[in-house]
Design a protein around this ligand. Structure first.
Ligand code: GLC
Length: 613
């Protein structure tokens, strides 16, 4: 179509030129005035395309299927607008290479271009801390650590690196960043949140979005709105705080995201005053689209509309009329397609609503270059787990670490000390990465194909001083104990027993804490490192440690980044973006509350020691 417009413009300019009379004065060279070729705007292209589509072709653009439930032939037959890989949904296996991913993507894309609408698909993945489904990709610290680092330039670099490691597979859409403001760390998605306090989001959200979108992939601000504000931190639960609190605390990151031009926003499973967000015309259309002038498109969450009242047909009508533009219906995509089409035919959904949704979707596809270059990709050799990306991740680890205790300058360690290291996360890269790594619920393998463990990284440092880790704590002068949570995601991570030995704490923590006490009582220097998706009540166990570090979920470069700081090559700079409760009664007591009192909590929002402090 573009070529036709350009050709027309050319013909017009030739006709215009021929109408010009030759210059009367032969001495002055005749230079014809050629009007510039006027490229159509995206808005014009979208409008042009929309007018070409039939109703069923329009409706098909609003459907997102999961790769396991749709074939390329079906994409060609139905002209589906989008496909996703859910957490851990690989083309054939978890060790699929970038080429295998790209071949899958290209197959779907070729089929989409052969559909009657000829519109490319937009393919989405949860690349939330690197392209974490892809084997061999750099795994960055989860957002809880990035909130502690609170470095906007670093957020951009991580977004850029993530975009690059997505584009090696051709995929151009990530369901990230989560902009959740977490009011209760019982929530299983606490680690996906940057902080309990939107002050941190204000400094970071837009830079992650810029990093992703300026480097070729669409970002998603999620989950709209107040996903982290449910009673008791219950995932997909109910929010009962008043609207002003929702606006001040939970809506403000979306203002950042919209100002940054975020392409998509995902709706939360949760409810406000028992009204499920996916059915809220007020919040989705009146607030997001009208008041905040969001111009991208709204996507529902995985089967989320099934939680709305009524039949499936009624759920489709409610969600789309509320303002949802694309339906993430992984396995029910055919039902969604026919139900949505029937809803328009029977006037339960207006054509104007469909046109609004499809225009938004097409605008994103044009803006991200999908229409012009549906098969673009980057070379994995240049970008996948590149040394540049490893360095960015390692810096992020260093800056995410928070030094909670350092009695008598127990840290930094010398590089020739006699060190014994133990604990469940001391020799396991999978635990360092947490949920949404390789698989939806995380990868518990010690070796995930990239990165080295904390003990391996420590060995490498000691080797440079011709020293090595000792094999018994009694021989050591220093004992390092690495405690852990087991990996989890979403509701599977909901937990109100937030201590070092209950709930989702790693079962080997008990043994590790016993060792720490024995070593401490024997006069050894004892260093604690906690690998976790949230603060955990430390209780009396903290007394067994001379120094204690919160390392969150540092990712594939966790070993090297932690070693850099523990041995003093770098200082601690991380500051808590979540309040650390003294006991379980303080869970939910956050710095956004008017009655917040720093002196009564274990460690307050913004706390963090350094070697110089
Ligand atoms: C999940 C999550 C959402 C994710 C989506 C696709 O249920 O709630 O964050 O993007 O499904 O995997």
């Amino acid at each position: 179509m573009k070529k036709i417009i350009s050709l027309l413009a050319m013909i017009i300019s030739i006709l215009f030129m021929s109408s010009c009379t030759e210059n009367e004065n032969p001495d002055i060279p005749y230079i014809p005035i050629v009007p510039p070729l006027v490229e159509p705007t995206i808005k014009e292209l979208v409008s042009e395309k929309l007018n070409e589509l039939s109703l069923i072709e329009k409706v098909a653009q609003m459907i997102q299927a999961e790769r396991a439930y749709i074939t390329p032939d079906q994409v060609e037959q139905y002209g589906i607008g989008s496909i996703l890989s859910g957490g851990g949904s690989h083309p054939t296996s978890y060790i699929d290479s970038a080429d295998v991913w790209y071949d899958m993507y290209a197959d779907y894309q070729e089929s989409a271009l052969k559909s009657t609408s000829e519109i490319p698909i937009i393919y989405g993945v949860d690349a939330i801390h690197g392209n974490n489904n892809l084997y061999g990709a750099t795994i960055f610290p989860h957002n809880i650590g990035l909130g502690a680092a609170n470095n906007s330039d670093l957020m951009y670099e991580i977004g850029k690196a993530t975009a690059e490691e997505m584009l090696v597979t051709g995929i151009t859409w990530t369901f990230a960043p989560a902009v959740s403001v977490v009011s209760d760390i019982s929530w299983g998605r606490t680690y996906e949140g940057l902080s309990e306090n939107p002050l941190i989001h204000q400094n970071l959200v837009k830079h992650m979005i810029f990093g992703l979108q300026e480097n070729g992939v669409s970002a998603t601000a999620k989950h709209f709105v107040a996903d982290g504000g449910t009673i008791g931190g219950i995932d997909q639960g109910n929010v009962t705080v008043n609207e002003q609190t929702i606006r001040d605390i939970h809506l403000s990151p979306y203002v950042q995201a919209i100002n940054a031009g975020v392409d998509t926003i995902m709706i939360s499973y949760s409810a406000i005053d028992d009204i499920k967000m996916h059915g809220s015309h007020y919040w989705i259309t009146e607030v997001l689209k009208e008041e905040l002038e969001f111009e991208g498109f709204i996507i529902s969450d995985w089967n989320a509309i099934h939680q709305l009242p009524g039949s499936y047909d009624e759920q489709i009508v409610t969600a789309v009329n509320a303002g949802v533009d694309m339906l993430m219906e992984p396995s029910d995509w055919e039902s969604a397609l026919s139900s949505l089409y029937q809803a328009v035919i029977s006037d339960n959904i207006s054509v104007e609503r469909i046109d609004d949704a499809v225009s938004r979707i097409l605008t994103v596809k044009y803006n991200r270059g999908l229409i012009d270059e549906p098969f673009a990709r980057l070379d994995p050799i240049d970008y996948l787990y590149s040394s540049i990306h490893q360095d960015i991740a390692r810096q992020a680890v260093r800056e995410s670490l928070v030094l909670l205790k350092n009695n008598e300058e127990a840290l930094p360690l010398n590089k020739d000390e006699l060190i014994y290291i133990a604990g469940p996360a001391s020799n396991n890269v999978g635990y360092l990465c947490g949920g949404w790594t390789t698989y939806w619920l995380g990868n518990t393998e010690a070796d995930i194909g990239v990165g080295i463990s904390i003990s391996q990284a420590f060995s490498n440092v000691l080797e440079s001083s011709s020293t090595q880790l000792v094999s018994s704590w009694t021989e050591a002068s220093t004992v390092v104990v690495v405690l852990s949570e087991i990996p989890y995601s979403e509701g599977a991570g909901d937990n109100d027993q937030l201590t070092l030995t209950q709930g989702l704490a790693h079962p080997d923590n008990d043994q590790a804490l016993l060792l720490a006490k024995q070593a401490h009582d024997a006069g050894k220097k004892v260093i604690g490192i906690l690998i976790s998706g949230r603060p955990l009540v430390l209780g009396d166990d903290i007394n067994s440690f001379d120094a204690f570090v919160a390392a969150w979920l540092p990712g594939s470069e966790g070993g090297t980044g932690i070693a850099d700081v523990i041995f003093g090559d770098y200082d601690f700079t991380g500051k808590l973006s979540y309040t650390w409760p003294r006991d379980l009664s303080q869970v939910g007591f956050t710095s956004t509350r008017s009655d917040y009192e720093e002196s009564i909590v274990m460690y307050p929002f913004g706390y963090g020691l350094s070697y110089l402090s």
